[in-house]
Design a protein around this ligand. Structure first.
Ligand SMILES: NC(=O)c1ccc[n+]([C@@H]2O[C@H](COP(=O)([O-])OP(=O)(O)OC[C@H]3O[C@@H](n4cnc5c(N)ncnc54)[C@H](OP(=O)(O)O)[C@@H]3O)[C@@H](O)[C@H]2O)c1
Length: 241
């Protein structure tokens, strides 16, 4: 795929799961990858050392605007620009309406939606012309599942931001797209029983659970020059459901 040499990429939530897969893939394509983490310090530092290419890890809880500012101050000081932003950090949360508290609702939106919003706002002035913004959504925006309404709504908002940011960034030839994963085998689904995972996999036409690299390869396409004419859209990577 694309040659990302000379490009700087920030991946939020890069210490674990899908974010780590994305960081590995973008580094393999030649990018300098900044691995954001909030708690997984050891994992993010080890990943940055593993992928090389002047990668480094930077801490920021992206629900906290002050920590977002500190992270961008460090990126500004160390590199001075960005070419690729991947808003990957996210959290799940499953509860029926009657059991969803204001705290649960706010925590999901604070990370998935508000975090994506304010990281992108802070990144905007650092992104060079021809850059890329790639937001990680979820197929819960499309399927109908009891208990997932709040999470799905937080990701539907991310897709709406994506579609409407695209024309705003277009004069700078910065594309804005969402990647929409189906179920992927990470810590995010650790709360599911084996039986529930098996039921979920049974709905996947390609017949298995997604892996971080299945999502990372789609992100790499959107980051590459091959995707220069793709903006304001969603690419679903779900094994067919
Ligand atoms: N797994 C799936 O089935 C699936 C399906 C569709 C979409 N997704 C989406 O894919 C993305 C990655 O999820 P995953 O499956 O890789 O989950 P995961 O393994 O649980 O990883 C979540 C990541 O988000 C980061 N994060 C959590 N809170 C944060 C905060 N306050 N500030 C900064 N980073 C924070 C974590 O970093 P720390 O550990 O450092 O806190 C971690 O790197 C999420 O947006 C998720 O909604 C996942």
């Amino acid at each position: 795929m694309g040659d990302l040499s000379g490009k700087a990429a920030l991946v939020t939530g890069a210490g674990r799961g899908i974010g780590a897969g994305i960081a590995r893939r973008l580094a393999r394509d030649g990018a300098q990858v900044i691995c954001n983490y909030s708690r997984a310090a050891a994992e993010a530092e080890a990943l940055a050392a593993e992928i090389g290419g002047e990668a480094f890890a930077v801490k920021a809880d992206i629900t906290d605007l002050a920590q977002i500012d500190t992270m961008f101050a460090e990126i500004s000081r160390r590199i001075g620009h960005l070419d690729i932003l991947v808003n990957n950090a996210g959290r799940g949360g499953s509860a029926p309406l009657a059991e969803t508290t204001p705290e649960m609702f706010d925590a999901i939106f604070a990370l998935n939606t508000r975090g994506t919003f304010f990281v992108t706002k802070a990144a905007s002035s650092l992104l060079r012309d021809g850059g890329r913004i790639i937001n990680i959504s979820s197929t819960t925006t499309r399927v109908r599942m009891a208990g997932l309404a709040t999470y799905a709504a937080s990701k539907s908002a991310v897709e709406a931001l994506t579609r409407n940011w695209a024309p705003e960034f277009a004069p700078r030839r910065i594309t804005v797209n969402s990647v929409v994963p189906g179920i992927v085998d990470t810590d995010l689904i650790a709360y599911m029983s084996d039986e529930r995972k098996a039921r979920s996999v049974a709905t996947v036409p390609l017949g298995r659970m997604g892996r971080p690299e299945d999502i990372a390869d789609v992100v790499a396409f959107l980051a590459s020059d091959d995707a220069r004419w793709v903006t304001s859209h969603e690419i679903v990577a779900s094994g067919g459901n």
